[in-house]
Design a protein around this ligand. Structure first.
Ligand code: FES
Ligand code: FES
Length: 161
């Protein structure tokens, strides 16, 4: 009972972090509050909108639905880990070029869900893209441009690799 704190180690965007957390703290809170990675958005905070999506050991997960202690020892990629220096990730470039960003609130989560898909399936069908993004809600774009952007990024990635 009381204020029991737990020591955890997270590998976020390839950097190790050791943190003491309350066992009830979500991964989303740790990323935003403790690590200052505000690119991971807090929308519904209930697992519905996907704005908080990050990649955990290769899988897209909703950070608001996980406790930080569940991520102990695991590797996490947030949107801040995608670009290298000034160089945007092909998914980020494609989202800009295809006009797949309006208010931008859903964008980090969309891009990370798409990245987890492309890492597994470099040539996804439109259906596979839609399924991979089905947990990410966008109120602005109507999804067509987002799907196009993922298709474009998949093509660019295949051509350049
Ligand atoms: S903030 Fe996590 S799913 Fe909405
Ligand atoms: S661009 Fe606004 S919610 Fe998707």
């Amino acid at each position: 009972m009381g204020n029991r704190q737990v020591l955890i180690e997270l590998h976020v965007n390839q950097l190790p972090y050791r943190l003491t957390v309350d066992p009830s703290t979500t991964l989303l809170e740790v990323l935003r509050r403790d690590l200052g990675l505000k690119g991971t958005k807090r929308g519904c905070d209930q697992g519905h909108c996907g704005a908080c999506t990050v990649i955990l050991n290769g899988r897209a997960v909703k950070a608001c639905t996980l406790l930080a202690v569940q991520a102990d020892g695991k590797s996490i990629t947030t949107i801040e880990g995608l670009s290298s220096g000034d160089q945007l990730h092909p998914l980020q470039e494609a989202f800009v070029e295809e006009g797949a960003i309006q208010c931008g609130f859903c964008t980090p989560g969309m891009i990370l869900s798409a990245k987890a898909l492309l890492d597994e399936a470099p040539e996804p069908s439109e259906q596979e893209i839609r399924e991979a993004l089905s947990g990410n809600l966008c109120r602005c774009t109507g999804y067509v441009k987002i799907v196009k952007a993922v298709q474009k990024a998949a093509l660019v990635t295949r051509v350049s690799s």
